[in-house]
Design a protein around this ligand. Structure first.
Ligand code: AMP
Ligand code: ZN
Length: 226
């Protein structure tokens, strides 16, 4: 973390661009938490909360959960003391209304510091997502081709069962990509105009992507460790 200033980063990129994995790795080095709205919804769903049940109807169709619900969930998350140094957002904001809401939330801290965008071709995204498997217990992410677990269907870390997210089925992925281009891609221009956007080639190996992100942080005066 840099001298007292809170660091807020927004990861942009299509579903399957590697945002979640890369954000998680970078967070360890920045010493700030990752805030993934998708993970927060899934956590609520798993625990059968009202929020989770509401979100499910949208998630299953690959559509966005209404802004009021999503924004207040993020506001709530930001009050947690672990955000004292800032946070890395992954999957939020997803449209312009959420972007404006985030700006308000971070006004006292000078707003977002940096917006990396992971660029990946659509066909690669499709292959990545439909091969993705997630641990039911700890949320670790594997891929049947690129990063398979030691034993098929079982998490290396805790023996948890690996599953294909309902919204990772090909038809839903197509709709999620459509929603991304329609609703989320305008954010690219928005953050570019603010001088915050940084393009990263998301087709590289995961370690190379991470190296590029660390270099980017250093170049922008954001300290990383490890
Ligand atoms: P993700 O894991 O980021 O791909 O999110 C999975 C699903 O959760 C999305 O397809 C949406 O239905 C919902 N979701 C996640 N983040 C948001 C957001 N910022 N706004 C609205 N819906 C979201
Ligand atoms: Zn696990």
């Amino acid at each position: 973390m840099t001298s007292g200033k809170r660091i807020f980063m927004v990861f942009l990129g299509a579903p399957g661009s590697g945002k979640g994995t890369q954000a998680r790795m970078l967070c360890d080095k920045l010493g700030i938490p990752q805030i993934s709205t998708g993970d927060l919804f899934r956590y609520n769903l798993k625990n059968g909360t009202k929020l989770g049940l509401l979100a499910k109807t949208y998630i299953d169709r690959g559509e966005l959960v209404p802004d009021e619900v999503t924004v207040s969930m993020v506001e709530d998350r930001l009050t947690n003391p672990d955000c004292s140094g800032g946070a890395v957002f992954d999957g939020f904001p997803r449209n312009l209304a959420q972007t404006v809401a985030l700006e308000k939330m971070l006004a006292a801290d000078g707003g977002v510091s940096l917006v990396p965008i992971l660029e990946v071709d659509d066909d690669v995204v499709m292959r990545r997502i439909t091969g993705r498997r997630v641990c039911r217990a700890c949320g670790a992410v594997y891929h049947v081709d690129y990063s398979p677990p030691k034993h098929e269907g079982i998490c290396d870390l805790d023996g948890g069962e690996l599953y294909l997210r309902d919204d990772d089925h090909p038809e839903t992925v197509k709709n999620r990509l459509f929603v991304y281009y329609k609703q989320t891609s305008p954010l690219i221009g928005y953050y570019f105009a603010k001088g915050l956007l940084a393009e990263i080639d998301g087709m590289q190996a995961p370690e190379q992507v991470q190296t590029a992100l660390v270099e980017l942080c250093r170049a922008r005066g954001i300290e990383t460790a490890g």
